[in-house]
Design a protein around this ligand. Sequence first.
Ligand SMILES: Nc1nc2c(ncn2[C@@H]2O[C@H](COP(=O)(O)OP(=O)(O)OP(=O)(O)O)[C@@H](O)[C@H]2O)c(=O)[nH]1
Ligand SMILES: [Mg+2]
Length: 220
Amino acid sequence: MPEEQASKIIELNEDLIENNDKLADQNNQILRDNEIRSFDIVGAIGAGKTALLEIISERLSKKVKIFVINGDVATRIDADRIEQHDVKTIQVNTGRECALNAFHISQILKNIDLKEYRKGILFIENVGNLICPSDFILGTEKRIVIVSITEGPWVIRKHPLLFKFSDIAVINKIDLIDVIDVNIDEMVNDAKEINPNLKIFTTSAKTGENISELIEALAI
Ligand SMILES: Nc1nc2c(ncn2[C@@H]2O[C@H](COP(=O)(O)OP(=O)(O)OP(=O)(O)O)[C@@H](O)[C@H]2O)c(=O)[nH]1
Ligand SMILES: [Mg+2]
């Protein structure tokens, strides 16, 4: 690629990210003005993002109003799963885009009655992807990154950026430890090495192990 063309692409990407950051700031302000706690959930395809959101919704929806934005390339399967737990969901199909961005969220915040969720919680399940979401913050209060032991022992080390810019990390599917050859302590150490401030939880959405501790860390 000619040098000039390459530098234009880099500039365009920088513009996109800068615009996204501005919109994310606005989203954050809107959510804070409405006293809505907010969490962006990113992570590997199939790591258990929806399964964990289902348990969290089940346990919290009687106590607090929850709404969930589900990012998915093509379907509303995840939104339908979560809606079974008395939670409002909004599905965003991203088509060719591999992550949600702040614009998607700003459009939704404009079009729902935020007063209904005052003192409630917004969870955003991002498209399953360990690379794309790192550039696009959404304006949430905290970011949670989820992987599972079935992605192999090096999944965290291979995707440092998302761990660097998250507040909470979850290593899920620990119930499968007898059939998957990984060392969970080493995975935890990898995450700590990338980001010493991360709160790290090893969970099973199947057995419910350590889910209460994860919910406690959300401070709800
Ligand atoms: N054994 C086991 N299976 C799990 C666990 N969590 C999720 N699963 C299963 O893993 C599969 C994928 O789970 P999902 O919750 O759909 O994962 P996801 O991260 O939302 O997937 P995408 O949205 O498609 O990226 C499903 O068959 C779940 O039942 C777990 O802790 N243990
Ligand atoms: Mg999902």
